[in-house]
Ligand binder design. Structure first.
Ligand code: UD1
Length: 421
């Protein structure tokens, strides 16, 4: 296992190219199971999660390979296997998004029921309700979900749950509905740009989806879909993380391939903290005032402040001049980073799904442990400014979702190294 060794204090300066979005790439790769012919995907980040999904897609009969120019080529060659096994689903929850495509195209799917993970229980009841609405029979046998449907039928449905819309649930049902007979309407659909990207890919393959990016998506079923060439949107979570890296080190970073329109809630909150963010040629220039103002934030589904940037924002606010409050409204248990940040000298107090952050003047390096993807990113941010050395173990979590983060940070002046533990 690898660890990161960070010597804090360097002010970051320079240009950071933002990679393609992990959370758009994964369901789009799964969506190729619906198509005939070849799909060429550009902008798919080089990540462990992408590799895990490629392994699953190969088991499901697809040829998936990366060209020298970085594009991923996918083509379904054998449609016999309909099983996503526990080993693969356990490793990566997003494997669940092969469910819709398998059911629609192969008329059955057997997917291991994902367990909980570091950020909470993460049920999939809404995915299953959506498939039942489209006419599938759903059974849970031996920890596997068995779904069957001779022909899916379009339906009008409400897909909201106790925490609002579901991102992968919406993508799953939308993918399945593409090959269903008739029209499907998903009400309370997730509005995340990644879901809209899946819809744009499917439309480029011949699907008839409208309303994506809004809470009401309409899908008119078609008979077949044909693979195409498509470029994935930039990763807004990676961009937001680097914005906070510029802010926490009091540096100046230019982010290229960054969609500001996908980051309006983040930009709003960072500006309130005192971070300067200017648009520049399809990207952004981010710099920070020395003094960070305390703020109040609640995470919410898009277009609200993303839960995937909550931990990183907490690292930044731990150095603000006063008390801040963060409330987590999407995954109420997503706070494993609190104790680790406190080890670095932050003063964080968790009260239910809220954390009170008492700003401190400095953080001090220490050995800490990465617990999940975004929590690890928060520890990296804290390490960049902590006095002395911070050693972050278990960085395989970060490799799941950030492409070469230590190389991108080192290129703009950070003192960060990857070493075997
Ligand atoms: C996706 C993202 C993840 C992000 C999350 C919320 C991917 C690969 N992952 O995860 O990075 O943090 O969106 O923006 O895209 N819920 C239910 N029943 C369900 C499904 C979800 O109650 O059937 C609840 C969840 O427990 C959670 C909330 O709904 O409280 C949102 O979850 P959801 O949007 O489904 O997250 P994912 O799609 O799994």
């Amino acid at each position: 296992m690898d660890q990161f060794i960070i010597n804090g204090g360097a002010r970051l300066r320079g240009v950071v190219p933002i990679s393609g979005s992990k959370n758009a790439a994964l369901p789009i790769m799964a969506a190729t199971l619906l198509t005939e012919g070849e799909t060429i995907l550009r902008g798919v980040p080089l990540l462990d999660d992408v590799e895990s999904l490629s392994v699953l897609l190969r088991k499901l009969g697809a040829n998936a390979r990366r060209d020298d120019d970085g594009a991923i080529r996918l083509r379904v060659e054998d449609e016999q296997n309909c099983v996503a096994e526990y080993e693969l689903v356990r490793k990566m929850r997003a494997s669940i998004c092969v469910m819709g495509p398998l059911l629609a195209r192969r008329h059955k799917a057997q997917i291991s029921m994902p367990g909980g993970c570091a950020i909470g229980d993460r049920p999939i009841d809404l995915h299953l309700a959506g498939m039942e609405n489209l006419g599938a029979d759903v059974d849970l046998i031996g920890g596997d979900i068995h779904l069957r449907a001779k022909r899916l039928k379009g339906a009008e449905m409400f897909l909201g749950g106790p925490f609002g819309s579901t991102v992968l649930g919406t993508a799953n049902v939308m993918m399945a509905a593409c090959l269903a007979e008739g029209t499907t309407i998903i009400e309370s659909a997730a509005c995340e740009p990644e879901v809209a990207d899946v819809a744009n890919y499917l439309n480029a393959c011949g699907a008839r989806i409208s309303g994506h990016g809004t809470p009401r998506i309409t899908i008119e079923g078609v008979k077949s879909l044909k693979g195409c060439e498509y470029t994935i949107i930039p990763d807004r979570i990676e961009a937001g993380t680097f914005m906070m890296a510029a802010a926490i080190t009091n540096g100046e970073l230019t982010l290229t391939n960054c969609r500001m329109d996908h980051l309006l809630a983040v930009i709003d909150r960072l500006k309130a903290v005192g971070v300067n963010i200017e648009r520049k040629d399809g990207g952004a220039v981010v710099s920070s005032a020395r003094r960070l103002e305390p703020i109040t934030v609640a995470t919410q589904p898009f277009p609200g402040f993303p839960t995937d940037l909550q931990a990183q924002l907490m690292a930044l606010l731990s150095l603000a001049d006063g008390n801040s409050i963060i409330t987590e409204k999407v995954f109420p248990d997503r706070f494993l980073h609190v104790a680790e940040l406190n080890r670095l000298g932050a003063r964080l107090r968790k009260e239910g799904q809220t954390v009170v952050i008492e700003g401190v003047r400095r953080l001090i390096g220490a050995p800490v442990m990465a617990s999940d993807l975004r929590a690890s990113a928060a520890l990296v941010l804290a390490g960049l400014i902590a006095k002395g050395q911070t050693r972050i173990s278990r960085v395989y979590h970060i490799d799941r979702g950030y492409e070469a983060i230590e190389k991108k940070l080192a290129a703009v002046g950070a003192d960060i190294q990857r070493m075997a533990e």
